[in-house]
Design a binder for this molecule. Sequence first.
Ligand SMILES: Nc1ncnc2c1ncn2[C@@H]1O[C@H](COP(=O)(O)OP(=O)(O)OP(=O)(O)O)[C@@H](O)[C@H]1O
Ligand SMILES: [Mg+2]
Length: 367
Amino acid sequence: MSFLKELFSTKINIAGIDIGTSLIKIIQLNKTAPDKYQLVKVVLNSTPAALIKDGIIIDTKALGENIKQLISTNRFNINKVVASVSGQSVVMRPINMPQMSDKELQNAIRFEAERYLPYSVADAQIKGIILRKSIEGDEKNMEVLLVAAPNEMVKKAEETMKLAGLSVQAIDLEPFALLRTLRLSVDAETFSRTIALIDLGANTSSINIYKAGVLRHNRTIGLAGNNFTKVIGQSLNLSFGEAEKIKKDKGIIRLEGDATPLNPTAMRIFNVITPIISELVTEIQRSFDYYRSRYRGESVDLVVLSGGTSSFKNIDAYLKNELGISCQIAKPFKNVNTVNCGFPAEEIEDLSPALVVAAGLAIREFV
Ligand SMILES: Nc1ncnc2c1ncn2[C@@H]1O[C@H](COP(=O)(O)OP(=O)(O)OP(=O)(O)O)[C@@H](O)[C@H]1O
Ligand SMILES: [Mg+2]
């Protein structure tokens, strides 16, 4: 029986692919037992310049070709991919609507969406997800997550995958991918609490708040690693590439009360990035305030950071001090066997915060 099953079943090998503004991340994870995974393969590669703008792929052909090369050079044995779209034009927002069936909702949401979208409803893919069928103190209404992305953004992502010779299993949204990885990497008690997962990327950062595994807030802001690199480059008169390097090697946030002297370059970097990190704190506070006002004084219990910029030295300790909330850097592979992934353990640990989205895409079909 099992022999026949093996003989006739075509194994689906899926990879998660996160096309960031700065890095393309491709990951394959295998499920070895319930809630147990093995990291089979990881690829991180610079995204060729100017191929993506504001989350929309500009040159599908060039990017598709680039991904095709990465897949073949790294000998991926996959037949499907899960990719994602992201950026400031992806809208995910809880709203209250009259109680109705799911089928009615998918029609009604298009009318409701009009006032929340910065683009025409006719040009968008829109979906409503029922979060709560009834709301305490507001009996006639239910809570719905309005999800929308421009058609063009989704179309270009699909086209790129096809041009890369890959078959698309799904185009997902980053907050759902982040949540899947979070579930895999924290204990059940922690997961049941209110967690803000903040993905600090290169072009944008996203602030996501989940309560007991349900997305309740999502906002994308145009403040991320590239802003650091640009001011460092201007201040030290360096090219973008040189500024990137010095940011990673020498950049550090000096914590209040820490009297340890910084060398002149580190001090200069710290001075020029201070206004940016202050602005980041203000934006995070704004999201937390909105959350508190929508959910009657409920607050965030824990902040988890992901994305490449979460590796900026001391950013976790700084945010913990400023927000007054415990803050940790994501460990997506805490419960994943990484021994045969092709990277030494220490290296994969250092890279892993940038791989949270890709990991969540890679396990989409397993959970
Ligand atoms: N050790 C480090 N210190 C500081 N910054 C770092 C470090 N490592 C990576 N970064 C920054 O992380 C960013 C890349 O992160 P990530 O891969 O999450 O972005 P992305 O997904 O490509 O971008 P986006 O999501 O905005 O499209 C870059 O700005 C890079 O400079
Ligand atoms: Mg990203």
